[in-house]
Structure formats: structure tokens, C-alpha cells
Design a protein around this ligand. Structure first.
Ligand code: 6PG
Length: 465
């Protein structure tokens, strides 16, 4: 008998199935187009003996002993509901469906509630690390009933990436908590990628440097505090040649990047929770702008006129990137904290940071310090105040200011870095300017305000309107 079922043999699902089989867990595999199943099993080599082909859902279900665990690795959205609808008549109460895709956590909450009423368990499981991660060890963010996680915990921990011997997998909270944390992970991923792309833009367009040279700088930065998967792959991408033309790969790629939704969801949920993850917003927005290629091509001769950037040392680029990255993480954790309170999840931010240290796309040297900061009592929304970060941020902000000023002065776009700097400048000021906003609201709408010298709210100004 198989230990677990898996539906969806796309790249991620196939790799996850091989990972499970390799770690000793026999898997029954099913795919909506069943013709993919036999070739997949046939291509699995020695692992094929731990894979059971299940051309029908009924085959998959009967290959498993109750209480069953079935992983869905299908496209987020309607396909998940369709698979659940197909499975339910075949399952027994107590069985568990695990959605391992990038689901909208609102859907996960709805599915969990509806399945719980019928006696089934539903787990929303965020899996990060791309196809390589799925095959050899991703970071796994689990949400759902804790009692449903207990029987599969050993298996999930076995397939997760290890960090210094401890698995990068954890049950983070009920219902949609795992998918929410994965969504915010992706939001931070968007921000970090955009920050890196902005530095690349400064070096390419402001400093007229070639991809190989920029790649070498990223490779050097990857030896220091910026060490991370995204820094590392950026260096590799920049120094890879296109086999067809011999040009650097980035030079043959269209400057327009798509998105599947998780970055946007982070921003939407952040705003709903009264937060602004502005570096993530900037990154999502920049992807949107990147699609306007025709308009940008029309605009350049009309409105163009960027200047060369001089006198900006690489050390400033490095330190600015670090500062912006810390702020992106800080904003991401502030969103997690707000959601944790709003949904009553009691998220353990230190644990989240710990399971992001290996396997996932945003794994970086910073995460050790981030988990340390939360372990030593830093509040979820206040990562920038942690002793681990205040001096680094002071330096980071100095460089961020130098880089943003140089870029803005020369006309090169730095939306994420300037958003990070604006957040820093806002948060380090005890008295802001919303007193004037309160007065304006009261002036035109009698919305009332609070006073510094009196308790309570609903005061009005002596304006005559
Ligand atoms: C990961 C990635 C993964 C996927 C993103 C890409 O953590 O492994 O985030 O989930 O590559 O969904 O998202 P976009 O297509 O929206 O850039």
C-alpha cells in the first residue's frame, strides 16, 4: 500500500512525488490527463518501485489505507475545488486532503471549513523552492488542524530541506495560516527580486557596466551579508551566455515579467489589514509597468533623458540592498503579525524565519538573525527595532539614501528602494504629519480628531465651513 497519494504530475508534483519516494514513502500518483502517469513512473528509475500508478481517482484512493493523506499539486483556483469534488465521494471521514499549491488563503479557509463540516481534514501547505526544492528539499509552511498534521508530520519533515539538521517544515497555525505565510514569502520574494533588478538597472544604465561585471559584483556580494539564493542566482544569470547568440542571457530576454498572483495577494491582504508593505507593493507595481513595453518604447524618445551616475561606489549598492532587504522582510513580518492577530493564528515568527533558512526562494543569511530577533522578544511588527538590525539599518539607510538620490537625480527608476527608504524615514520619526490629515478630515467632513492634551476622540476644530 502507498503511504500517501499525490494528484498533479506537473513539474512540482512530479518532483514532490520523487522526493517522497526517495525518502522512503511509497506514493500513489494520479494526474487529470492519465496518459502522463505511466511515462512518469517509467522514468523514475529505482524509485519506480515506490510509485503506484493510479489512472483513476478510485485507484488512488484504494491504494491508500485509511486515514488517507492525499496531496494536491494542481493549479491554484478552480482545479483544486474540482479535485476535491472528485475525491470526496471516494473518501472516508478522517481522511486528509493537502493542498500544496500556491492557493489564496481565503480559499483555503473556505475549503477547510467546508470539509471539516463533513468530517474530512484539509491542510493548506505552502511549498517553496521551485522545482529543485520540490525534488530535493523545499521549505514547507503548513496550516490546518494540528491533529491532522500529526500523522503526516514525519513524512513532511523528511522531504523538507534541512537547515543544520533541523527540517524546514512547520505547522504554523490553523486553516489558511500556511498558505498565508507562503503568500507573504512570495511577496518578500517579489520585493527582493525587484530590489536586485533596480541595482542591476543602476549598474547597467547608470554606470554602463556589462552583465559579466555586474554578475561578478553580485557573486562577490554573495560572499558577505547579502548571501542568499536570489543574490547567488542573479550572479549566475548575469554571467551565463545565450548558447544561440553568445550574448549575455539577460540581454536576450524581454523586459516584461508576469505574475501568478501571490505578490498581489500579499499587497491586497496587507491593505485589508491596515498595513502597507510598500516595498512589495512597489515590486508588484513594477511588474505591472514592465508589461507596458509599447508605451515605454514610445515614451523614451519623447520623455527620455537619463544621465550617467558617477561616484557611487559598489559598497553603497551593497549596503543599500541590504537595508532594503531588511525592510522588505520587516514589512512582510508586519503583515504576518497583523494577520495573526486578525485571524487569531498566533503565528510564531521565529519559527517562520527558521523554516525559511533553507529550501525556499528567499533563503538568506539574514534569516538567522531575524529568527534570533524574534526569539529574543522582538515584536512581529517591529523587526527594524531589533538590536540585531538597528546598526545595520542605520548604515543601510545611509547607503539607501545615497543610491536612491543618485538614481533619482540621474532619472533611473528605483521604486522598491525608494519605498523602503520612505518606510524607514516614516518609522523613525516620533511625530509624523497625520495631525494635519486629521484636521483636514475634520474640516471637510467633521470626522473628528484626537488631541495631544486630552483623552478621548471626536474633537472638532473651530473651522467655519
Ligand atoms: C517558490 C516560488 C514559487 C513560484 C512563484 C512565482 O516559493 O518556490 O515563489 O511559488 O515560482 O509562484 O510566482 P510568480 O509567477 O507570481 O512570479
Amino acid at each position: 500500500m502507498a503511504k500517501v497519494g499525490l494528484i498533479g504530475l506537473g513539474t512540482m508534483g512530479a518532483n514532490l512525488a520523487l522526493n517522497l519516494a526517495e525518502k522512503g514513502f511509497p506514493v500513489a500518483v494520479h494526474n487529470r490527463s492519465p496518459e502522463k502517469i505511466a511515462p512518469f513512473v517509467a522514468s523514475a528509475g529505482d524509485l519506480a518501485e515506490r510509485l503506484t500508478a493510479a489512472p483513476l481517482l478510485a485507484d488512488l484512493v484504494s491504494a491508500l489505507t485509511p486515514p488517507r493523506a492525499i496531496i494536491l499539486m494542481v493549479q491554484a483556483g478552480d482545479a483544486v475545488d474540482a479535485q476535491i469534488d472528485g475525491l470526496l465521494p471516494l473518501l472516508q471521514p478522517g481522511d486528509t486532503i493537502i493542498d500544496a499549491g500556491n492557493a489564496d488563503f481565503n480559499d483555503t479557509r473556505r475549503r477547510e471549513r467546508s470539509l471539516a463540516k463533513k468530517g474530512y481534514n484539509f491542510i493548506g501547505m505552502g511549498v517553496s523552492g521551485g522545482s529543485e526544492g520540490a525534488r530535493h528539499g523545499p521549505s514547507i509552511m503548513v496550516g490546518g488542524p494540528v491533529e491532522a498534521y500529526a500523522p503526516i508530520r514525519e513524512m513532511i519533515e523528511a522531504i523538507a530541506a534541512p537547515y543544520e539538521g533541523s527540517p524546514c517544515a512547520a505547522h504554523l497555525g490553523p486553516d489558511g495560516a500556511g498558505h498565508f505565510v507562503k503568500t507573504v514569502h512570495n511577496g518578500i520574494e517579489y520585493a527582493d527580486m525587484q530590489i536586485i533588478a533596480e541595482v542591476y538597472g543602476i549598474m547597467r544604465d547608470g554606470q554602463s557596466r556589462m552583465p559579466a561585471e555586474i554578475g561578478a559584483a553580485f557573486a562577490a556580494w554573495n560572499e558577505g551579508p547579502l548571501k542568499s539564493y536570489l543574490t547567488e542566482i542573479t550572479a549566475e544569470v548575469l554571467t551565463t551566455a545565450d548558447p544561440e547568440t553568445g550574448q549575455a542571457m539577460p540581454d536576450v530576454i524581454v523586459d516584461s515579467a508576469g505574475q501568478k498572483g501571490t505578490g498581489r495577494w500579499t499587497v491586497i491582504e496587507a491593505l485589508r489589514l491596515g498595513q502597507s508593505a510598500s516595498t512589495i507593493e512597489a515590486a508588484v507595481g513594477a511588474r505591472g509597468w514592465s508589461a507596458a513595453r509599447e508605451m515605454r518604447a514610445d515614451a523614451e524618445p519623447l520623455l527620455g533623458g537619463t544621465k550617467t551616475i558617477t561616484g557611487l561606489p559598489d559598497t553603497d549598492l551593497e549596503t543599500a540592498m541590504l537595508g532594503a532587504r531588511i525592510i522588505a522582510y520587516a514589512q512582510g513580518f508586519a503583515v504576518l503579525e497583523a494577520a495573526s492577530r486578525d485571524f487569531g493564528w498566533d503565528l510564531d515568527h521565529a519559527r517562520t524565519a527558521e523554516i525559511w533558512r533553507a529550501g525556499c526562494i528567499i533563503r538568506s543569511a539574514l534569516l538567522d538573525d531575524i529568527s534570533g530577533a524574534f526569539r529574543s522578544g522582538t515584536r512581529g511588527e517591529a523587526l527594524i527595532l531589533a538590536p540585531q538590525f538597528t546598526s545595520r539599518l542605520a548604515l543601510g539607510a545611509k547607503s539607501l539614501r545615497a543610491v536612491v538620490c543618485a538614481a533619482v537625480e540621474a532619472g533611473h527608476p528605483v521604486p522598491a528602494m525608494s519605498a523602503a527608504l520612505a518606510y524607514f524615514d516614516t518609522m523613525r520619526k516620533a511625530r509624523g504629519t497625520a495631525n494635519l490629515i486629521q484636521a483636514q478630515r475634520d474640516f471637510f467632513g467633521a470626522h473628528g480628531f484626537e488631541r495631544l492634551d486630552k483623552d478621548g476622540s471626536g474633537f472638532h476644530g473651530p473651522w467655519v465651513s
